[in-house]
Ligand binder design. Sequence first.
Ligand SMILES: [Cu+2]
Length: 157
Amino acid sequence: MIPLRTSLLVLVAAFLAGPAAAQDYRVGSLEIGRPWARATPPTAPTGGGFLTVTNKGTTPDKLISAKSPVAETVQIHEMKMEGNVMRMREQGSGLEIPPGATVTLAPGHFHLMMMGLKGPLKQGEKVPVTLVFEKAGSIDVELAVVAMGATPAPEHK
Ligand SMILES: [Cu+2]
């Protein structure tokens, strides 16, 4: 019965730690911070997802894919100026997270693109997304949906 008791203790510990760390996640040596998304108009086919990934380890890792029950597919996109046109490009080989670095997915830069939304993203909702990293494996996070056009307040350290 020892293994069962141990796992119950772990569950209790995770529950107690829950509210304070509601927006931060850890998988392997990666920390996922402040996942969020913007509310979308009723018929919008796509929505953006944003977060930070900090690599506390000593080897590079890569965000290789993502998925969510709210969308048919989730792609990893980069926005770039080509001439004077802003274009989005899928990161085919994934998004590298160098050791010691924080990679920010934010409007106008890297982002998760939820394609084929099954319904609008509504302010105040939490959107579940599974992130898959090459080495650290996969982790489920929740994007906090903020108002259309809004950006969450910067984090105070
Ligand atoms: Cu995009």
